[in-house]
Design a protein around this ligand. Structure first.
Ligand SMILES: Cc1cc2nc3c(=O)[nH]c(=O)nc-3n(C[C@H](O)[C@H](O)[C@H](O)COP(=O)(O)OP(=O)(O)OC[C@H]3O[C@@H](n4cnc5c(N)ncnc54)[C@H](O)[C@@H]3O)c2cc1C
Length: 477
């Protein structure tokens, strides 16, 4: 970047917010997976939407690419520049204000750089919950959540980020600002532009703020770890719990034996959830904000927890559940969740692995897993599957089986086999992590050509100079 442009950017955000020294830039140019080590002309840290608009206008006139960045926990290399596209990284982390909470309308207006868990804590003060939950909550930001349309554990009840968002404020590639923060739940005045930017991974504009729905803070939760004889049984248990609790299943997370074993190996102080072996493990949580459900009996028992225990007991008698542990304290509940949320780190620490993030219609999950587990084992892999089973999302990771050398395993053949089978079952090759740079090959090969053509037309229309996070999401040819 020429000295004149650096100076112009410094004039906008202040010198201390333009980083160019290699030691200052280092942390921003490497993605969470460590797979993408990139270069940037500068790291620029705006404080306001006006700053962002001015920077975008400047970059547009100079044809400099902009890579928006939040907490850098994205798993597809979307938040770091792509080789061949000289770029600045626009870090939104200084835009970290919760602008307002409306306890009556149950909405919150929040800036893009707010860390997800900070938002959780903030709205709790109003006895409300922002129900987007997952392991990276302590680092990921709202801008990243929107741009990847993040999912997580509670999608089964509340939907993903898109479904929680009522409107956004964004800076478009020409520097104009869209302000759609009214928080209206009904507004049929033309194309819904927020839905274009959500999930666009920064390729159509920079999200600077958003308005979200909030939900009542549950008064009571019932959390359990189950061992089930099969995945088919797990889906049956999910549906039975939904029927009996009035769709109050908050999370239904798949954690089979191999996943639990890896966590306990990598983090030896993890408390095993069951005394015996876990077969098809599931962490299930039911939650309610109804006062009746949190009523306490004379013996201290809480109504919802008793009901869930009885339900699980019935399902056990029917043979749909082999073993169960119901959390008896907040500590037991948080131990279970800590175990669930440590799985990605555990697999990453355990050794090389390839992570697939797939989704399938619920009824097709069991046939997919049973066939692929056999095929992958035949090729020398150990599948380490976990997932948000309640919404049909599996993180199907392939590691080397015991005694196998990762480098000599046929990874490409394995990926092709998994993806072919997945597409045959009407699944998606990217459920919640997005495309970034790492899934461009799948996008080119597997996304319907007519849908790709529409995406390219939208990108050309809104960003004719291709300055917004180029080389991501849409395959270049
Ligand atoms: C341990 C762990 C667990 C995870 N679990 C889940 C999970 O359960 N569910 C899930 O969905 N994801 C999960 N992720 C992935 C990741 O946390 C999410 O994708 C998250 O939404 C990324 O947010 P971020 O702020 O870190 O974004 P970044 O990584 O900084 O950026 C991600 C993408 O968004 C773009 N972007 C960032 N901010 C903006 C903005 N303001 N405007 C426009 N574009 C922007 C970037 O350019 C990039 O393309 C997990 C990651 C880790 C490390």
């Amino acid at each position: 970047m020429s000295a004149a442009i650096v100076d112009a950017v410094r004039d906008i955000v202040g010198s201390e917010n333009v980083l160019t020294l290699p030691e200052d830039v280092a942390g921003y140019v490497r993605d969470w997976t460590g797979r993408y080590q990139s270069k940037a002309l500068a790291i620029v840290r705006p404080a306001t939407t006006e700053d962002v608009a001015e920077i975008v206008k400047l970059c547009a006139t100079q044809n400099i690419a902009i890579v928006p960045q939040g907490g850098r926990t994205g798993l597809c290399g979307g938040g770091v520049p792509r080789a061949g596209h000289p770029s600045i990284i626009l870090s939104l982390t200084r835009m970290n204000a919760v602008r307002s909470v409306d306890p009556v309308g149950r909405t919150v207006v929040v800036e893009a750089g707010v860390v997800l868990d900070v938002l959780h804590q903030h709205v709790l003060e109003h006895d409300l919950v922002f129900p987007l939950m997952f392991g990276a909550k302590g680092s990921c930001t709202i801008g990243g959540n929107l741009s990847t349309n993040a999912g997580g554990s509670n999608v089964v009840r509340y939907g993903n980020t898109r479904e929680l968002c009522l409107g956004i404020e964004a800076v478009m590639p020409d520097g104009s600002v869209i302000n759609a923060l009214s928080g209206l739940r009904k507004d049929n005045t033309g194309y819904d532009l927020k839905d274009l930017l959500i999930g666009a991974e920064g390729t159509l504009g920079i999200i600077t703020a958003a308005v979200f729905k909030l939900v009542p803070n549950p008064k009571v939760t019932a959390t359990a770890f189950l061992s089930l004889p099969s995945l088919e049984a797990a889906i049956e248990v999910l549906n039975r719990l939904q029927d009996q609790t009035g769709d109050a299943v908050e999370a239904f997370e798949f954690m089979p034996r191999a996943a639990v074993d890896v966590i306990c190996k990598v983090f030896p102080d993890t408390r095993r959830p069951l005394d015996g072996d876990v077969e098809n493990g599931v962490l299930v949580e039911v939650a309610s904000s109804r006062p009746n459900d949190s009523e306490q009996g004379e013996d201290g028992s809480i109504r919802l927890q008793i009901e869930v225990m009885e339900l699980l007991g019935d399902l056990m008698e029917e043979g749909l559940i082999l073993d169960a542990m119901v959390a008896q304290s907040d500590q037991q509940r948080s131990d279970l969740w800590r175990m669930r949320e440590s799985i990605l780190e555990a697999i990453t620490e355990n050794g090389p692995a390839y992570h697939l993030d797939v989704s399938l219609p619920l009824g097709r999950i069991a046939p997919f897993v049973s066939k692929m587990d056999v095929e992958m084992a035949r090729l020398g892999f150990q599948p380490l599957t976990v997932g948000h089973l309640g919404d049909g999302n599996l993180h199907y990771a392939l590691a080397a089986a015991e005694g196998q050398d990762w480098e000599s395993l046929p990874l490409e053949a394995a990926k092709e086999m998994v993806l072919d089978h997945l597409i045959g079952l009407n699944g998606s090759f990217s459920a919640e992590h997005g495309i970034g740079q790492s899934k461009l090959g799948e996008m080119a090969k597997l996304k319907q050509a007519s849908q790709l053509a529409v995406m390219r037309a939208i990108k050309r229309a809104l960003d004719p100079k291709n300055i917004m996070n180029p080389g991501k999401l849409i395959p270049e040819n």
